[in-house]
Design a protein around this ligand. Structure first.
Ligand code: NAD
Length: 495
């Protein structure tokens, strides 16, 4: 890639140079080098994309469902063959490790596979004789044009929480990827282009918040799927509510890991927790960033061993050949702005009285002096209510806290504004059960560091982590992208 490359829009089955009201740099966060430019598409360009999707809708909605998903099968095949090429583009623009990028691609395939079950999952139901000689039927109809607006941290997976389901159910779609990582979806779309999907069924529109808002406001867009920060989520969800549109809106997170005093496999535990905290440099919505140890002895042990283990991670450019296949590598955070924010929060943590047991600021990666690196950072003696505990930092910064009991740990989790996920480590079935029944988060793990559901299950949080009613993936996605029309029918004999 080069800074001359202007990311293209994909509208009505054609690659287009966007009508743009300006351009934003796409940076390799490991080197600070500009690798492309994202056009800030104008409202005329938004209208063009939505018009293409609207025009394609009737024929696509009435095409047999088996035929619709045939494109998804073929897309999956061609993406699998080109996984390495796409993964490297993903690493270059986002900064995660190559193994994380490959793992992300697996989720792309799984979402495509799940959506290919549309001939089964889109089925309705019928009750014969629900009243005297009357039959009642529920059917799941496509709705129209949807928009999907996605974040930077999963340039491939996040769009695929939506694309396969919207298309399989007979809707048409305009996707607006994050302006910071548009190249992965551009590459993925190249492969669909080869498959000659009917023009307008799937469109990609590049831009920033102006393009997002224009899509949400567009009268022909019937619903919006959104993932990003909770602040942005509120804007999108409230606008959709005003306009009476369907909305999926997934927001920020701060995920807790609770360690019970009975847990014995400390080495496995520490590695499991640290990969959850440092994978993708802490920039996963399912990353853990708070460890709550129960009791003095476990707290002391976890604090010491976690800090020691954190020192083993190498911070580097993930495309450096020396670390390319390395799993314990931490890449950069997405931008200089994000790095500065995390640095400022570390400073706040120190002022709040937490103990900075490991400080990742000031780390230097030779040859990548302009990269946005932060080394593993650990605070101990963190108390609930401190800003470093309440705020999503989205970096490799971990807070370790102590609780006197499982009930106290559950309260810490339930009093937190973000409620995406949490996990407990215990061999005690009673306590595991108590935890899963009482924590208020959308996803719960037991002896699992990242309880991210595979696409055969729904994905989404609670409270400020999800400002809508329907989760992503699986049956939930089928519910979101279809209207459940109910038919009540009766016939009399003709003679
Ligand atoms: P972001 O909110 O800055 O951007 C997300 C998308 O919204 C982008 O496409 C962007 O162009 C658009 N956008 C930004 N500001 C907007 C505005 N004011 N109005 C309309 N559109 C706007 O988020 P990000 O920094 O790209 O992503 C990181 C965030 O996403 C983190 O908070 C992370 O926890 C969250 N996330 C959540 C989940 C989940 O499942 N809950 C998954 C992945 C990421």
């Amino acid at each position: 890639m080069s800074k001359e490359h202007v990311v293209r829009n994909y509208i009505a089955g054609q690659w287009r140079t966007a009508e743009a009201q300006g351009f934003l740099d796409v940076e390799n966060p490991a080197t600070g080098e500009v690798i492309a430019r994202t056009p800030r598409s104008t409202t005329t360009e938004v209208d063009r994309a939505v018009a293409a999707a609207r025009q394609a809708f009737p024929a696509w909605a009435h095409m047999s469902v088996a035929r619709r998903v045939s494109w998804l099968f073929r897309w999956r095949e061609i993406l699998m063959k080109n996984e390495e090429k796409i993964s490297r583009i993903l690493v270059e623009e986002m900064g995660k490790s190559l193994s994380d990028a490959r793992a992300e691609m697996k989720r792309v395939y799984q979402n495509l596979e799940t959506a290919c079950a549309a001939p089964m999952l889109q089925q309705g139901s019928k009750l014969v004789d629900c009243a005297g000689d009357i039959d009642g039927e529920e059917m799941h109809e496509p709705i129209g044009v949807f928009a999907a607006i996605t974040p930077f941290n999963f340039p491939a997976m996040a769009p695929f929480w939506f694309i396969p389901y919207a298309l399989a159910t007979g809707n048409t779609l305009v996707v607006k990827p994050s302006e910071r990582v548009p190249l992965t979806l551009e590459a993925i779309t190249e492969f669909l282009h080869e498959l000659e999907l009917p023009p307008g069924v799937y469109n990609v529109l590049n831009g920033d918040k102006d393009a997002s808002i224009a899509l949400v406001n567009h009268p022909d867009v019937k619903g919006v799927s959104f993932v990003g920060k909770t602040d942005t989520c509120r804007i999108i969800a409230s606008r959709c509510a005003e306009l009476g549109k369907r909305c999926q809106a997934m927001g920020s997170a701060k995920n807790h890991l609770v360690v019970m005093p009975d847990y014995k496999q400390i080495d496995e535990l520490i590695r499991n927790m640290s990969t959850s905290c440092y994978g993708c440099a802490g920039q996963r919505c399912m990353a853990s960033s708070v460890i709550v140890a129960i009791g003095d002895a476990m707290y002391e042990r976890i604090s010491a061993t976690f800090v020691a283990d954190s020192r083993k991670y190498r911070v580097d450019n993930p495309l450096n050949p020396d670390v390319l296949e390395e799993s314990l590598v931490i890449g950069p955070v997405i931008s200089a702005q994000s790095q500065a924010f995390i640095h400022s929060m570390i400073e706040i943590g120190v002022r709040e009285g937490a103990t900075l047991a490991l400080d990742g600021r000031g780390i230097r990666v030779p040859g990548c002096e302009k990269g946005h690196f932060i080394g593993p950072t650990v605070f101990t003696n963190v108390r609930p209510g401190m800003r470093i505990h309440q705020t999503e930092l989205f970096g490799p910064v971990v807070c370790i806290m102590k609780a006197g009991s499982l009930d106290e740990a559950i309260n810490i989790i339930n009093n937190h504004p973000y409620s995406n996920a949490c996990s407990i480590y215990t061999q005690n079935g009673y306590e595991a059960r108590k935890f899963k029944l009482n924590v208020e988060t959308g996803m719960v793990g037991i002896n699992v560091g990242i309880p991210a559901p595979v696409p055969f299950l729904p994905f989404g949080g609670m409270k400020s982590s999800m400002l809508c009613d329907i989760k992503m993936q699986s049956r939930s996605a089928f519910q979101f992208y279809t209207h459940n029309k109910v038919i009540v029918e009766r016939y009399w004999p003709t003679e």
